[in-house]
Design a protein around this ligand. Sequence first.
Ligand SMILES: CC(C)(COP(=O)(O)OP(=O)(O)OC[C@H]1O[C@@H](n2cnc3c(N)ncnc32)[C@H](O)[C@@H]1OP(=O)(O)O)[C@@H](O)C(=O)NCCC(=O)NCCS
Length: 312
Amino acid sequence: MTGSRVVAVGHYQPERVLTNAELATMVDTSDEWIRSRVGIETRRIAAEDETVDAMAAQAAAKALANAGLAPTDIDYLVVATCTAIDRSPNMAARVAARLGMTTPAAIDVNTACSGFTHGLATADHAIRAGAATRALVIGAEKLTDFTDWTDRSTCVLVGDGAGAVVLVAADEPEVGPVTWGSVPEMSNAVRIEGRPGTFGQEGQAVFRWATTELPRIARQVCERSGVAPEDLGGVVLHQANLRIIEPLAARLGAVNAVVARDVVESGNTSAASIPIALSKLVERREIAAGAPVLLFGFGGGLSYAGLVIRCP
Ligand SMILES: CC(C)(COP(=O)(O)OP(=O)(O)OC[C@H]1O[C@@H](n2cnc3c(N)ncnc32)[C@H](O)[C@@H]1OP(=O)(O)O)[C@@H](O)C(=O)NCCC(=O)NCCS
């Protein structure tokens, strides 16, 4: 086997929907401000007992069912999250226990909003190296645990949920190669700091970086995959802001791609945003099976990781 391919996806979101109108009763904001600056209309809020690992396990179970695989078939499990509360056991171990897996390598990745694509790359690498055959990669977050609900500049942005993909060894590589990196001098621009920790960011600095630097990196991801941007069937960028997503997709030249806009209904779910958005597009069959799809995560670190997959 020389590579891996994504065979199935799944996602889970809490039932509770928080609207902009409700937020406007909590802080000094408005539906108009939030829609025009970020594009968000609603977000999902987890209940007390909907923990990161509970949501991750729900998403994973759906992805496994869609793949026709059992939890015991998985030998490499990655959970990308920046909202774990406990240091140990890690989220991957908890998810493995919830699902009744047997002996998977169980690893957490924390690169904030680029965590899912970092995790996907490491799973692909493990398969390419012969260290794994069937992998589960999950992005799961409960950002609302780390949100200051009196701070209008952050509380309107966040949401909770999880998404998962199943990856198997394949003769023809359908995942990657990854293009990844970081900007250490801007490491403090997105933060969950303190105890228990509160989300904060230099919004304008991150916005500038995302809109000026990322189009070039997104083109590199396509070049390294041998896919011309106009041949992409889908573009799934980290869902932070529609005012980043739409110009980035346009500057990339992805003129024929379905561009994920799940931020509108889900808000920013950090590492969960890409697999949730991808899973919805696949579920609705908006992207043809086999079409190349750009997945591109970016955020805290500042970090980024992008790779092209074939749509399951
Ligand atoms: C966060 C973000 C939406 C904020 O939008 P912005 O246009 O930069 O807004 P600013 O923070 O400059 O604030 C502009 C004004 O709106 C106000 N404001 C902030 N939040 C508000 C809210 N929810 N409702 C109403 N007004 C608000 C500010 O107080 C400020 O007022 P002032 O001009 O009187 O001082 C935007 O910067 C962004 O998306 N950044 C990138 C985030 C990202 O991609 N992160 C990646 C990792 S998660």
